[in-house]
Design a protein around this ligand. Structure first.
Ligand SMILES: CC(C)(COP(=O)(O)OP(=O)(O)OC[C@H]1O[C@@H](n2cnc3c(N)ncnc32)[C@H](O)[C@@H]1OP(=O)(O)O)[C@@H](O)C(=O)NCCC(=O)NCCS
Length: 183
């Protein structure tokens, strides 16, 4: 498979595809929502235009560093959220993962299914051995998702690791090795 074109990933219920400009309004329902963004490493967007600008930059496919998939429902193409890997260290065979569902699409197992698709792809096609997730200790939904996938908490809090709108945030480090993946 070419590593220069972003691959589409298909799972039982989902199609994970590259970002398109017309996805911005749907994704703004997450990126503009202070509740959905309360554990993200940036604050919510002020308006749809800011979401569009940040996505245009952040969603650029750059496979040796990062890739973002828009999570859509296979049956009707509804945009449900996004999942990415970033900070890829190819020689160390390591990536970080990030995930976000649009409010209203939680608790259907969509992100578990999407993450399984992305992790499987990274292991098979990119040879990734280690996955990391930085999760704020209060983010129960994200911690539960990581644990469902086989991630383990590896460190006490990484203190003041992020700074969001002038406020430092501490995170927990979760790690998953490829043989431990619960697919
Ligand atoms: C983190 C986040 C993606 C998790 O969403 P989620 O809905 O809990 O995750 P899933 O889509 O995998 O759904 C799992 C839930 O669906 C349930 N479920 C229903 N059908 C399911 C199925 N077929 N398969 C798996 N789970 C299913 C699970 O039991 C689970 O619910 P529970 O937590 O009550 O047990 C979401 O909370 C979010 O977007 N948060 C805001 C952004 C954020 O903080 N991102 C992370 C930064 S580190």
């Amino acid at each position: 498979m070419s590593k220069t074109a972003q691959p589409e990933l298909v799972t039982a219920r989902l199609r994970l595809r590259a970002y398109r400009t017309e996805d911005a309004p749907a994704l703004h329902r997450a990126f503009g929502d202070p509740v959905a963004m309360r554990y993200w490493d940036t604050g919510p967007s002020a308006d749809a235009g800011q979401t569009e600008r940040r996505l245009r930059f952040a969603l650029k496919y750059s496979p040796y560093d990062r890739a973002v998939w828009i999570v859509t429902r296979g049956s009707d193409g509804e945009v449900l959220g996004m999942i990415n890997y970033h900070h890829r260290a190819a020689r160390a065979r390591r990536v970080e993962l990030g995930w976000m569902l649009i409010p209203g699409y939680g608790r259907h197992g969509y992100m578990t299914e999407a993450a399984r698709g992305v992790i499987g792809y990274c292991v098979r096609e990119l040879g990734v051995h280690r996955f990391e997730a930085m999760i704020e200790p209060g983010n129960a939904a994200s911690l539960a998702l990581a644990e469902r996938l086989g991630f383990r908490r590896e460190a006490e809090e990484l203190r003041d690791r992020d700074c969001v709108d002038g406020q430092f945030r501490s995170v927990a480090l979760y790690g998953l090795l490829a043989p431990e993946f619960v697919g």
